[in-house]
Write a protein that binds this ligand. Sequence first.
Ligand code: DGY
Length: 319
Amino acid sequence: MKVFINKRIPEIGINLLKEAGLDVSIPENENLSHEEWLSYCKDTDAILNVGHHTFDKDFFEECSNVKAIALYSVGFDHVDIAAANQGNVPVGNTPDVLSKATSDVAFLLMQSVARRASYNFQKVKEGNWGDFDPLHALGQELYGKTLGIFGLGRIGFEMAKKAQKAFDMNIIYNNRHQNEEAENELNATYVSFDELVEQSDVLSIHANFTPDRKDLFNRSVFEKMKPNSIFINTARGGFHQQTDLYDALVAREIWGAGLDVTNPEPMMKDDPILGLSNVCVLPHIGSATMEARDGMARIAAENIIAFSKGEQMPHCVNP
Ligand code: DGY
């Protein structure tokens, strides 16, 4: 069986595929244009896909040779699952192995924004260390404050656990379903979306992105948030309306924002958000640890190998 990997992944994944006797191809040039990528896809049985190439209805029609897709990500918002189902194409993802790493980044952003790390780092870089000043560069402490999680799944759970251990934060959440484990272990409380927005001192998004959630966090939401609240997005940039977020940050309707995902992505270097002192922006590095990336390579390979043996993928999003 032919497997096309569009970008080099950690060796552990490539070795597993080769040991399973699969015919693996990785292009020399990893920055493929859409047309080049498509032509590789037309000549393979399975794809191990890194990044956000769109697998839409047209793709499944044009590449009916593709029998399985293993994503090198937990998110699958770039795949039209209905179209995959129609073509009987199983789609695998890589959950769990990146939950700690991604929630670490959410936690890091929360702390950075609360203590104004970007602003202070910028001052040091500009040679403006400044004298000790009792009234300047003051951040805020998070002890005993309320962390609101939108999407309390695996990553949200890890974020909530850390916040509770480190800062004794009170956890509230809104989700499609109630999370009994979080209610029992973290004393988390299910609240309505509006209550989440109005009561959170830190609001952190950890949900799957779906088209009906586009721009869910917009002007009317930012207006309802507390003036000292912190907005964190490590999920998908599509969740927030970025101009509305910019306006809320400029007007100090909220304290600040920490973003590992932006809208659009990548964020351009002249984006006005980058000129603000109350933001910290990272280039989508949630899962960028050696441990998580190895785990993702292993799971993506295992998904393909299971399929090649006629078995169910261990992590299939459209069983
Ligand atoms: C994921 O795994 O979904 C990360 O956001 C990388 O795409």
